[in-house]
Ligand binder design. Structure first.
Ligand SMILES: *Cc1c(COP(=O)(O)O)cnc(C)c1O
Length: 710
């Protein structure tokens, strides 16, 4: 490690070598004290580097680093944090070790098409990615022996820019691989490891990168290497791009290539966990390897089933990949022969009996070939059982073996550092170590209302300032017109009740629902004494024009003087903006079309920080809402006009409950009734919707059993 540090950061003084070591492990990203260590070296440098310590350490002038190395205050801070880091990485064993002792690192291979770990690593599109990223961080904290596989997408998802007329355009931005928190995995002769994906002609090669996430390693595959044919080089260029065939090739690389990468690295995993169906071909590789070793096909399938976990994430039909049989034939002819099955038998593995001619359905296939499968909330479990019941024709719906584990968020990542300090003060300094224990959270009641409110208000100001600064920059640098500058949020006012709506712009999420009755909305926005303001953010998929139209509608509303400057649309929603928003708004609004929201996680991030959830009864909120920790609507029967009914419910709750409560303040300016709900939200949701509770559930329900069968 010391050598790596020396060559990667030639300016780094010996005394601060640990900075280089810490920069190479994303541990820094969920430890505010470590982030401060980089930030205080040079604040502008930290900002310029996009909060990426590797880039920063490479670019900082030698004198700045030398001066820090001679600064006693800095060194004291450095020594403390570095010792914590060393303790974290050197400690062997943790919660997991007691559950299933004597497992090797990498016993569980976790495959995902996206990983959302930090905004400097653009390998995510939305919730699925953050779930996977949070899963790795929590697995590291609990010392689950996990190894992860994904893609290095140099172009990431889309960078969003909104034109003057409100139409979203995508902007290319290529990741500088050598300044990101990733490193090349070397091969024995010193170059970067290249692995050929088996069974593809002409061969596809992937270059292998790694990201160290605490004690977990994530290997990323990159097809942009010279030996590949030009059209193969772009396979991993970006998330969810390309046509159906390119998509199939991407999934072949993920599942089959990913398995080959692990094999080449000598990582013997005994359990496979698929985060969504994109990587399901990894199941085929597990079977093929066993058949190759002399096991019968049937026996191999049984072994693979009893050691494979599959998590399905979406009730939206378009979210499940289906590849035409012809296309499958083109790529898998040699493959089914290697398995020892014929064409028909192979295709049957991916048939969804409700639509048998549609093609090879990756979810149906993954459900058939894994012994443990689950949805991501209680409701989604029910929906998935209904959706896939035809795979188990002899069982009644409630007996269909699809279970659920409700998602959770990585608390150290999503708790705001100032809020964390406040909780340290009242819950005790070890609350974070034990944060899935609900008893600890009862102490939230001891926080004086005024202190909690001030912390929240400070976060709201931070959000508003950040948004205004973005608007100001666009005004100055791009000379956008005044009405557009106002649309970016110039007139936001931190004292006004602030509603946040930020997520991917898929049409089922109904981003524009609150505009349903524009007259009624105007009254709320323009109320002289008790106004509300709404901040929107989110990207539409580049091929989803209906979603772009919704975005345009909202952007144009934001510019309309009739709406009082109280609507803002903020560009390029990503992890960084998400952090500001889930910490800083007052109310988190969620109104998808039920039952399309498998779970939802942004509301959990908000609730954890005392931001109150106003949501339709769908996804996790059915489990989370307890009558006193936020607001809910839309649980009843669906009327003829669902949009109208749901929009009216939102107006009614805002008018009768949310607005009066927010503006009912004591003499010292604290809305005590509001703060009571904030506390209730933190207490009830914080421990329960944590990634810690989630990962423990996966371990106890599936991993422990699957490891036993291995
Ligand atoms: C948490 C998060 C999501 C997921 O949001 P939901 O719509 O609630 O599933 C998407 N994008 C970003 C940037 C996030 O941080």
């Amino acid at each position: 490690m010391a050598e790596v540090t020396q060559s990667a950061f030639p300016h780094l003084p010996e005394r601060l070598n640990g900075l280089g070591e810490m920069a190479m492990n994303l541990w820094w990203s969920w430890h505010p004290a470590a982030r401060m260590l980089f930030k205080t070296l040079d604040r502008p440098g930290w900002k310029e580097a996009g909060h990426n310590p590797i880039k920063m350490l490479k670019e900082l002038p030698h004198e700045i680093l030398e001066s820090a190395a001679g600064h006693p205050d800095y060194l004291r801070h450095y020594d403390v944090v570095f010792a914590q880091f060393r303790e974290y990485v050197d400690t062997e064993g943790g919660w997991f070790t007691e559950k299933a002792p004597s497992q090797d690192s990498g016993s569980i291979a976790y495959f995902s098409a996206e990983f959302g770990l930090h905004h400097s690593l653009p390998f995510y599109a939305g919730g699925l990615g953050f779930l996977a990223g949070d899963y790795l961080k929590e697995s590291s904290d609990l010392r689950v022996p996990l190894v992860a596989i994904g893609f290095m997408y140099p172009e990431g998802y889309v960078r969003q820019e909104v034109r003057d007329d409100g139409w979203q355009i995508s902007k290319d931005q290529i990741l500088d691989r050598d300044s990101a928190s990733i490193s090349r995995v070397p091969n024995p002769d010193g170059g970067q490891l290249l692995v050929a994906v088996p069974f593809i002609e002409p061969p596809i090669h992937v270059a292998v990168w790694e990201v160290v996430v605490g004690s977990v390693v994530l290997y990323l595959m990159d097809t942009d290497v010279e030996v590949n044919e030009p059209w193969n080089r772009g396979i991993s260029a970006r998330l969810y791009g390309g046509d159906l065939e390119q998509r199939l090739r991407q999934e072949i690389v993920l599942g089959i290539g990913g398995s080959q990468v692990l094999k080449t690295l000598g990582i013997k995993h005994s359990v496979l966990h698929l985060n969504e169906g994109h990587a399901a071909f990894a199941l085929l590789e597990r079977i093929r390897e066993r058949v190759e070793g002399g096991t019968s096909y049937e026996e191999a399938v049984d072994q693979v089933r009893s050691t494979s976990v599959f998590t399905t994430h979406t009730p939206v039909p378009a979210g499940h990949d289906v590849f035409p049989f012809q296309l499958m034939e083109k790529y898998f002819r040699a493959y089914w022969a290697a398995l020892g099955v014929d064409r028909q038998a192979f295709f049957r593995l991916g048939v969804h009996s409700q639509d048998p001619n549609a093609g090879f359905n990756m979810t149906a296939f993954a459900l058939r070939m894994s012994g443990y499968h689950n949805g991501v909330s209680e409701r989604h479990g029910e929906v998935a059982r209904r959706m896939w019941r035809s795979l188990w024709p002899d069982l009644p719906e409630e007996k269909v073996p699809i279970d659920h584990v409700t998602n959770g968020v990585h608390v150290p990542t999503w708790i705001e550092p100032k809020m964390e300090l406040l909780l340290n003060k009242y819950l005790g300094p070890s609350w974070l170590t034990d944060h899935d224990n609900p008893v600890i959270w009862e102490l939230v009641d001891d926080i004086p209302d005024e202190e909690l409110w001030q912390t929240h208000y400070w976060l709201k100001m931070k959000l508003v300032n950040t948004i205004r600064e973005h608007a100001r920059r666009r005004w100055v640098e791009d000379r956008v017109g005044p009405s557009i500058t106002i649309g970016w949020g110039t007139l936001l006012d931190p004292s006004v009740l602030t509603v946040g709506f930020a997520r991917r712009f898929a049409t089922y999420k109904r981003a524009d629902l609150i505009f349903y009755d524009i007259g009624r909305l105007k009254k709320l926005l323009n109320d002289r004494w008790r106004p509300i303001q709404i901040i929107f953010a989110g990207k539409a998929h580049p091929a989803d024009d209906p979603a772009k139209l919704k975005l345009q509608k909202i952007f144009n509303a934001a510019r309309d003087p009739a709406l009082g400057g109280r609507i803002a649309f903020v560009e390029d929603y990503g992890e960084q903006l998400a952090q500001y928003m889930v910490h800083g708004v007052d109310v988190w609004l969620n109104n998808p079309l039920p039952p399309m929201e498998a779970c939802g996680t942004s509301g959990m991030k908000a609730a954890l920080n005392g931001v109150l959830h106003l949501s339709i009864m769908d996804g996790w909120w059915i489990e989370g809402f307890n009558g006193k920790n936020g607001w809910a609507f839309g649980g009843g029967d669906v009327s003829d006009n669902r949009d109208q009914g749901d929009a009216e419910a939102i107006y009614r709750i805002l008018e009768r409950e949310v607005i009066p409560l927010y503006y009912r303040v004591s003499e010292d300016g604290v809305p005590n009734g509001w703060v009571r709900i904030m506390k209730e939200s933190m207490k009830s949701n914080g421990p329960r919707f944590s990634a810690r509770r989630m990962v423990k559930e996966y371990v106890e329900k599936y991993y422990v059993n699957a490891l036993r069968s291995a």
